[in-house]
Ligand binder design. Structure first.
Ligand SMILES: Cc1cc2nc3c(=O)[nH]c(=O)nc-3n(C[C@H](O)[C@H](O)[C@H](O)COP(=O)(O)O)c2cc1C
Length: 266
């Protein structure tokens, strides 16, 4: 084990060491969303303005929130999944909302970046509005969607199928030190850090911000799940390399930062 790496990390990522970052050096900003195969069909979700979810007072959501690790066998419907995705990573730029309906499926990521200019504004805060995460979903029980691994394409508010490997739930459970929530959840959220989107602006200090940002995202999941009678459990105990390998991530520039399982309460 590396001794005192935590203290060294805190020392070397102090604010005064942040600059010059690549942004200061004039390096162009990386794309706002990681690349994906835009020739593949995307799965539609319920548009944010059409999501109809019962309003539970925020106070009740906060009071009721607990980490829940066992779930009923009930499915989530598409409305509920759309709600959770929108609350955790949904984009709310006015210009994107207007343009989303007119996007054809072959619009390039760079094109979307031009539309959005330099930032996405989302339902969670993020340091410098970098929003350096991609959301993967391990879907086990969502009405109308085959079980498998999917990616949320936030700029289009749609899903991209990644894999239908039926063994994934068990493989992920194993990679998370046998935590059965991953195999038994209706859906599990897997947040992947795309580090350069953050470090481009903040250098090494960006790693702190990634960790802070992840907390906001997961808390929104916990609270928004209360409205749809779902329980959530945050998961940070997982074998980093094994999990990254399962998802084809390089572990350095792109890595799993945090997970959370979701299911209907019993
Ligand atoms: C950063 C973080 C990591 C966590 N990782 C796990 C985990 O790997 N497995 C698990 O069962 N719970 C995990 N939890 C849930 C905590 O155990 C839980 O929040 C804590 O026991 C307090 O319970 P409560 O959330 O019901 O208030 C994690 C929570 C946080 C915030």
């Amino acid at each position: 084990m590396v001794q005192s790496i935590g203290k060294e990390f805190m020392r070397k990522t102090k604010y005064q060491f942040m600059y010059p970052s690549d942004q200061n050096k004039g390096v162009p900003q990386p794309p706002l969303e990681s690349k994906y195969d835009s020739s593949k069909p995307l799965i539609g979700l319920i548009e944010p303005n059409q999501i109809d979810i019962s309003d539970l007072p925020l106070r009740r959501c906060i009071e009721k929130r607990r980490s829940i690790r066992t779930y009923s066998n009930d499915v989530l419907n598409l409305m509920e999944l759309s709600w959770l995705l929108w609350c955790t990573q949904g984009i709310r730029n006015e210009d994107l909302k207007k343009l989303r309906s007119s996007f054809s499926d072959d619009v390039e990521v760079e094109e979307i970046d031009k539309i959005l200019k330099t930032v996405t504004l989302r339902n969670v805060p993020s340091a410098g509005a970098r929003h350096a995460f991609e959301t993967l979903l391990l879907i086990n029980r969502v009405e109308g969607i085959e079980p498998g691994l999917y990616r949320y394409i936030a700029t289009r508010h749609r899903l991209l199928e990644i894999s239908r490997d039926p063994n994934l739930p068990l493989k992920m459970k194993k990679a998370a030190y046998d935590q059965s929530m991953l195999a038994k959840s209706a859906v599990s959220f897997i947040w992947v850090a795309d580090t350069y989107r953050m470090t481009w602006r903040y250098g090494e200090r960006g790693y702190r911000y990634l960790l802070l940002d992840a907390g906001h995202v997961c808390q929104n999941l916990y609270l928004s799940a209360e409205n749809i009678n779902c329980g959530v459990c945050a998961i940070a105990a997982f074998h980093d390399d094994e999990f990254n390998q399962l998802l084809g991530l390089d572990s350095e520039e792109h890595f799993v930062i945090y997970l959370a399982s979701v299911g209907k309460k019993r």
